[in-house]
Design a protein. Structure first.
Length: 356
């Protein structure tokens, strides 16, 4: 608000000049209608001999905290909704270059994003309700500066995302890369940014229209909330149960242990020209990097069986099939592919190269 405009309005009202005449005079001087209305709105319409100021909203630390939390959780929710949906799209329409067990990596991504949604989404709803109640008690708080700044910042970011999304789409069209996976990702990004942009733009328009009382949640806000809830459900389904993930992690630990054992046994055989008799010899070997020779859950020793001078077996009991097929080890991920239950891997020690 211009100090000159404010001072002029105050002086004119103090002299008893009608508001319509003040408005017309300022308009003829080039002031915008919203600037004039804002200046006049600062003073109450009263028969008191001097202008009576309207109560003005002020920015409290609590208000700033609520709006910062509100918009921060909004960004977290929007980003992680996209992350879960991207993981589902990449699983349903996989990239040909994706590893054979890429679902596990996608599930890990979806798990983290779902955890973020389960944390941030309830906070977003709770803080939104607190803000709505505060505005219902004091409609003047709709004019909060931090609220307007964060709203316009959000509109700016959402507009940038949508513009970038359209640019990516046009670029793909010109390059002839119009795959289903790409189009769905473009649609997800545009939908998320569009819902955010449309909701807050509509909120600002309702405010500028001076709608009485607090605004009820709009259609886009409800659509966004339902979409977030459905995404959480989809993420929980795709990520799998905590019990299954623990079993999968234990199986990956078993594969990791067997891989380190195989490396140590190979190194022992190349140096000593004979396979070790027991796993204790492997653990004590100077080049050994063995992490454990026991099952991480049962504590039972892994089975080691020497077959001949160059071949041996390592055995372990797994809870799930092929849980470790995506882990890249020295011998290649498919070597350690397994079914549920007891599984033995027959390994041949690589021959040392001849010295010329």
């Amino acid at each position: 608000m211009s100090s000159e405009l404010d001072a002029f309005v105050r002086e004119a009202l103090g002299r008893g000049i009608p508001r319509e005449q003040i408005r017309a005079t300022l308009a003829s001087a080039g002031w915008r209608a919203d600037e004039i209305d804002g200046a006049l709105a600062r003073w109450a319409e009263s028969d008191f001999p001097i202008p009576v100021p309207q109560r003005r909203p002020y920015l409290s630390a609590r208000e700033a905290f609520l709006y910062l939390v509100l918009f921060a959780t909004l960004y977290v929710v929007a980003f992680n909704v996209g992350s879960v949906l991207f993981a589902l799209i990449e699983w349903r329409w996989p990239d040909a270059a994706l590893a054979a067990g890429g679902r596990l990596h996608l599930a890990a991504r979806a798990r983290f994003a779902t955890a973020s949604l389960l944390t941030a989404f309830p906070i977003l709803l709770f803080v939104s309700r607190l803000v709505a109640r505060a505005i219902a008690r004091d409609p003047e708080k709709r004019g909060s500066r931090i609220r307007k700044w964060l709203t316009y910042l959000t509109l700016f970011l959402a507009a940038l995302v949508m513009i970038g999304d359209v640019i990516a789409l046009v670029s793909a069209v010109l390059s002839g890369e119009m795959g289903t996976r790409f189009l769905l990702k473009v649609a997800v990004v545009f939908a998320i940014a569009g819902i955010v942009f449309g909701h807050y733009l509509g909120d600002l328009r309702r405010e500028e229209a001076e709608a009485p009382g607090p605004a009820a949640p709009g259609v886009l806000a409800r659509v966004g909330a339902v979409a977030a809830l459905l995404t959480i459900v989809a993420g929980l389904w795709f990520a799998g149960s905590p019990q299954q993930e623990r079993r999968r992690s234990l199986d990956e630990r078993r594969i990791g242990d067997l891989n380190l054992l195989a490396q140590a046994i190979d190194a022992y055989a190349r140096e000593n020209r004979v396979l070790p008799a027991t796993l204790d010899q492997v653990v004590d070997f100077r080049f050994s990097q063995v992490r454990s020779v026991r099952d991480p859950e049962t504590g039972a020793l892994y089975d080691y069986i020497g077959l001949d001078s160059l071949r041996y077996q390592l055995c372990a009991t797994f809870e799930l099939p092929d849980t470790a097929s995506t882990i890249e080890y020295d011998r290649g991920s498919r070597f350690w592919s397994h079914s549920a239950g007891r599984q033995c891997f027959t390994i041949t020690v690589p021959r040392a190269p001849r010295v010329p």
